[in-house]
Design a binder for this molecule. Structure first.
Ligand SMILES: Nc1nc2c(ncn2[C@@H]2O[C@H](COP(=O)(O)OP(=O)(O)O)[C@@H](O)[C@H]2O)c(=O)[nH]1
Ligand SMILES: [Mg+2]
Length: 227
């Protein structure tokens, strides 16, 4: 739920996915990329990471990014802890989310964990995914060998009713699947996945009163690019 206070707009973006899929790494990399050069967003303050000794996330991570085009717009970026036992906590962290980036672990032997995580997201989000909350997918770790294909991920999204056929009003809001590498220095598609999710939250708010706009004129899309 986009919040407005003091003429500032706060948008909440959540990285969701199974344990060790690369969520914390993706936000870390987003920090590095956007603090070095002038991009559409810049980090404000440090990334707050609450981790166990092993380095895996305990509770969540949180970072704040500010739009460089409209400095009244802020993105509160969260990641969830992926382990099964943190399920109740994930529900809480989900509350008020405006956009979700699902980080799929591309490793074949992680298939079941990915599926469980996606199903949990579905059950927590109810009917809101895509209809009110834009969904973007990172197919992560494509630098490794024998990773899952985009086709396999798309088929899973179809099975989970997160994919609309051509001709359907929501077809244009189907999740984009970005093959990604979250680790530096070879990082790939981390920034694009984030900005696309941010752009869609802007479009939903501006042209759909918080829901997926039914039709979008090309000019609208350009307007929101300036966010
Ligand atoms: N090879 C490779 N390893 C990655 C990639 N993204 C994350 N990792 C590694 O996967 C492990 C778990 O990452 P982390 O971000 O902590 O996962 P999280 O539990 O989803 O937050 C770490 O050792 C990362 O370095 C990637 O794109 N490629
Ligand atoms: Mg983590």
């Amino acid at each position: 739920m986009v919040r407005v206070s003091d003429n500032k707009v706060f948008i909440k973006i959540l990285y969701w996915g199974s344990a060790a899929s690369g969520k914390t790494t993706a936000v870390d990399t987003l920090y590095h990329i956007t603090e070095k050069e002038k991009m559409d967003v810049r980090p404000t303050g440090n990334l707050v990471k609450i981790a166990m000794a092993s380095g895996s996330t305990l509770y969540f991570d949180r970072g704040v990014f500010q739009s460089t085009k409209k400095d009244s717009i802020f993105f509160h970026v969260y990641t969830v802890a992926g382990q099964a036992r943190f399920s109740p906590l994930r529900k809480k962290i989900f509350m008020g989310t405006d956009g979700v980036i699902f980080v799929f672990d591309g490793q074949r032997d992680r298939w079941e964990d990915n599926v469980d995580s996606l199903k949990e997201l579905r059950s927590v989000a109810g009917e809101d995914l895509i209809t009110r909350i834009p969904l973007i997918v990172m197919l992560n770790k494509v630098d490794l060998e024998n990773v899952l294909t985009m086709q396999e991920v798309e088929e899973l999204l179809q099975q989970e009713n997160l994919w609309y056929p051509p001709g359907h009003d929501l077809n244009m809001w189907n999740p984009i699947i970005y093959p990604s590498i979250a680790i530096m220095p070879s990082a790939q598609n981390v920034y694009r996945a984030f900005t696309e999710c941010a752009r869609r939250t802007g479009l939903y708010q501006t042209f759909g009163q918080g829901a997926a706009p039914k039709k979008l004129k090309p000019t609208m899309s350009k307007e929101v690019k300036d966010l």
